[in-house]
Design a protein. Sequence first.
Length: 266
Amino acid sequence: MGQSIFPNEDLEVRIEGRDSLLTGDIIDEDFKLILKNDSSDITVRAHDPFFSWFTDLNEENLSYDEYIIRYVELSKKYPGSRYLMCYLSRMLNEYKSKKDVENIYSNFSDKHKNSIWAKKIERFLYGKFENIYLPRSDKKTYEKIIQDSSKYNLITFSASWCGPCIKEIPVLKKINKDLNKNLILTYISIDKKESVELFERLIQKENIPWRALFAYEDIQGIKEKYFIDGIPHSILVSPNGDMEIIEIRDEQELERLYLLCREESS
């Protein structure tokens, strides 16, 4: 139907494990899609090209619950869709609860249940926290992320260069003060090795009382293991090892955290 050319555009990519910058023309082709009555990826995607993004091409002001209803209906209509399963696995952090993810995932057939996407979703829904060893600031001492599993553990991923992480410190300090009998806080910095000292300075400057570990040996692996799309990113681990992503800057999530920890002490 038409074509638009955007000359000399920059595109950041990773090539052979290295960050690279490509420059060239981006050609945008406009076309009309004639859909067949089938369940092919392109057909399913045409019904909702932003599945699990909680946004809409038509700028409908849908609520979160209305999007969930739409996504559940799509998963029931196309249970064997590779597109739906792939995008669900990519956007897990956009969902407010594991139950919402499960209500969609449970409708999928076994067609792609052995795929990397399904395994990621199942680990998100049913997996226990993987308690690995990480280095401390001296780069010689290694400790498990969780040292006392009898309490709740709040694991917060941060970095020296992260503005929102720094703004979150007062909230974490209040949590630490109010709930320290039943909750253990731990920082995991995703700073690169050369920036470890910057994070240490931040800890000293802000008088951070909780422990800090560092992910510089395998930052990408840590991000994938703990479902990190951006920071700050917090995971709450219960005494039985169950884990869930928690947004402590959200009032309702914060209230639930307090309720869980205070129930533990009663």
